[in-house]
Design a protein around this ligand. Structure first.
Ligand code: GAR
Length: 206
């Protein structure tokens, strides 16, 4: 059993896909679920409350707050919901605030992220626009363990999608999002079922 925290910033479609998978028992062995947003007004937070009746918290990082103190606040919330490194899983799902080394080290290899590109290509913001602008013919999405640099860490699963000549950032994003929703729940199941073994920078699926 794991206690799950999903961290979001926006509309939360990946969060919704994970919560649907839990509801429909495609993901088993999840005990408590908490959704945290760094934006009080994010649509996903409202959806988590209204549609899924999930516990929610919001925490904003104003400029005065150091990354370390922001991390500590998140850890305080996680612990108050019994989400610890030993029994927890933290899924970043469109969480657009960078976590610091304090929390990443404490929850080492317990934090997963989804990114809308085939990492290590197109890290950072607007990955889909970066792919369109670069003229690549294939892009996709990646679920990886979070380490101490943006969009890095051992890769768990990737899925590729074609990039068409007519694609815009929006159309490519939509195509990638469909695959994101599939691979995130697959990666969560692998994690929960202890099928992931990290060897150096590689994730071996047992
Ligand atoms: C998703 O495409 C996710 O991969 C991306 O934000 C979107 C959130 O959508 N994350 C990043 O770019 C992180 N570097 P959602 O709120 O509908 O799940």
């Amino acid at each position: 059993m794991v206690n799950l925290a999903i961290l979001i910033s926006g509309k939360g479609s990946n969060m919704g896909a994970i919560l649907d998978a839990i509801t429909s028992k495609q993901i088993l062995e999840v005990d408590k679920v908490l959704v945290i947003s760094n934006k009080k007004e994010s649509i996903g937070l409202q959806v988590a409350k209204d549609r899924y009746r999930i516990s929610t918290e919001s925490i904003t990082k104003d400029k005065k707050l150091s990354t370390n103190d922001f991390d500590k606040k998140i850890i305080h919330i996680l612990k108050s919901y019994d989400i610890h490194p030993s029994n927890g899983l933290i899924c970043l799902a469109g969480f657009m605030q960078i976590l610091g080394s304090y929390i990443v080290d404490m929850y080492k290899h317990v934090i997963l992220n989804i990114h809308p590109s085939l990492l290590p290509s197109f890290k950072g913001l607007h990955a889909q626009k970066q792919a369109v602008d670069a003229g690549v013919k294939i892009s996709g999405c990646t679920v990886h363990f979070v380490e101490n640099a943006v969009d890095t860490g051992p890769i768990i699963l990737q899925k590729c999608v074609p990039v068409f000549d007519t694609d815009t950032e929006y159309t490519l994003s939509q195509r990638i999002l469909i695959e994101e929703h599939k691979i995130y729940k697959e990666a969560i199941n692998l994690f929960i079922n202890k099928k992931l073994k990290i060897e150096s920078n590689r994730v071996i699926i047992k």
